[in-house]
Design a binder for this molecule. Sequence first.
Ligand code: NI
Length: 392
Amino acid sequence: MVDFFHEANELFEYTRSMRRDFHRHPELGYHEFRTAGIVARELTSLGMEVTTGVGKTGVVGLLEGSKPGPTLLIRFDMDALPIVEETGAEYASENTGVMHACGHDAHTSIGLTVARLLNTHKEDINGRVKFMFQPAEEGLGGAEGMIKDGILENPRPDYALSLHVWNNKPLGWLGISKGYIMAAAEEFYVVIKGKGGHGAIPNLAVDPVVASAQIISALQSVVSRNVPPVETAVLSVTAIHGGDAFNVIPPQVEFRGTIRTFKPEVRAVVLERFQQINQGIAASLGCQAEIQLIPSTPALFNADAVTEKVQQIARLAPGVQIDTTFSTMGSEDMAFVMDRIPGCYFMVGSANQETGKNAPHHHPKFDIDEASLPIAAGLMASSAVNILNNGI
Ligand code: NI
């Protein structure tokens, strides 16, 4: 079998220069015109069939192996964040106010490297690889847009792979777990409506501040009292607004936040209790609760058989530690793909404390140890061939 880890190291200069170029020129979701242009150019130069404008700014490349076989989708996201970069790196953002602070610049360059690696060995590949370069992962629905535009049809992928560089863990760490690894996420917006009045005459008002305080306290019981102790959920109220004077009871209070769950049955319990607590307490205190629950992403589930294939390959990688228990309550829109196609999403440790490249994701000082790039590309290319040629 080809040593893709070795070959990815040989392409390191290419991967790093692409990554630094994307880092210098970050683009927000659905504005990845320059990035998508470079991706399309690079894939076309390899002789791939390339489609642009998929889900607005997404790019799809199809790499045909020499023998018949299954179709594997590999997904990389391309968008940046509205953050003013403070890394001071020589390759820092030249687009002030926009920054690759999640590592999607790394993902795009890893994707292009994987395309090169697999293209070199396409004579030895069964089936085909569908490259999905996705826009707008950061809460803007990029994956759904590409699904609507047909990424999962003609040909329909049999399996899917994706990855994320992970700065919460050091270089050399690989998170490859079966089962739920990222959460289903919902946003909520609640308006507690009472009746405004004088702060000194509360008996003539209906106070939404007191009702909101009790609701938010009671919501803490959902995870502690309603979710089975061996399961996982998060319910965070992250913003609250109401009133603006010391002597006025406001007519309403608004609060918002997020709910995260893994299993559908836990999600159902949390959402039901969320509604009951809001409505019940509001009503008992003479208020009304207007609740808006907006589903954001489903939970991300790693299929056993596909994940075992990736774990198998990771054990061949030099100098890595494999964590098979990793999961996070973060969310990821690759879940829309993996809801439909069995796959594996793995994390590649990218932090380096000694060089100060260990700021968390979405931080103005976020930067990665670029030695993570060939590990990621080697593992992805090698896993792809393992799945296509050896079956699941
Ligand atoms: Ni990200």
